[in-house]
Write a protein that binds this ligand. Sequence first.
Ligand code: KG4
Ligand code: ZN
Length: 345
Amino acid sequence: MQKNSPVRILAIESSCDETAAAVMIDGENLVSNVVASQMEIHARYGGVYPEVASRQHVLSILPVIKQCLAEAHLSLADMDAIAVTSGPGLAGSLVVGLNAAKGLAIGAGKPLIGVNHLEGHIYSSWVKKPGENRATVAEKAFPHIALLVSGGHTEIILMRDHLEFEKLGSTLDDAAGEAFDKTARLIGLPYPGGPSIQEAALQGDDTSFNFTKARTDKLYDFSFSGLKTAVLREVRNFEKNQVEIPKADLAASFQRSVVETLVQKTILAAEEHHVRSILVAGGVSANQKLRDEFAKHTDWDVFFPEFEFCTDNAAMIGAAGYFRFIKHQYSSLAIDVEPTWSISR
Ligand code: KG4
Ligand code: ZN
């Protein structure tokens, strides 16, 4: 590779229920981005149905990659590497993207880079859309604190440098997104629960219910299952008394409790580790109440991904893949999926 020549990465993501491909340049400039969502299919089951997800990935993966390259007006031969999510996630979903990436890497003679999905979410704050001049975290000095809140994970992570992560705490039971999804189901709101609770909460009073916040032995750990049970208890009471469930008030009070806990713990971690920048990532980072609460803490630069990069996408995998590429962290073609791959090991 010539010095200073742009590094083009084709990135592939299929860890859960989105089949996605993106072309990224130099870890921050998005060229093209395609996401085939299976949300409508899984909504029928009230959650992701792994067998169905895997089958859908098989059907979508090649058309998505082809469309992504076509929209970029580039071919496989123009790429410097193929980055792919190799974990964590659903094994039957991961394997589809990983095998497609291996095939392309072998066929085109390009390096293969296995990327951790959680690391990808954190790098979503680096992604800039074509023509976008937004200030990103790329200009800020390390360390950063990252709050990763998705359907499967809730973690506070100290990012000391590129690809250097230390997990400070995580959830002991439900992930934040999972808590939104399960609570939505309890109060009769549609899947996925995050967006439907956010919408219902707009009409509600968030002080109607004062749900107690869980205490955890370790400061940066989380626990959301008690909150879910508290909501269930309220729902049962309303049902027993044949009173209509106050969905909006329950949604607003639940959302306030989750958001306050997430923000408080993240700010404490930022203070303790003397960081100035906070990165919020994962599906729940799309939540407006979470964004509004963080905005009150003006002492910190808080970075959120663009809305479309909060939920699963391949642009973030291309950003993380770039930093692995420049460190020559290539993967062997024998690499397998790692459904439980933790971010710091
Ligand atoms: O990151 P993601 O797409 O998938 C995982 O890697 O898990 O996150 C999906 C999660 C779901 O639980 C969904 O309910 C939640 O993100 N989510 C939200 C919002 N949009 C998506 N949660 C709260 N508020 C939102 N606006
Ligand atoms: Zn995700």
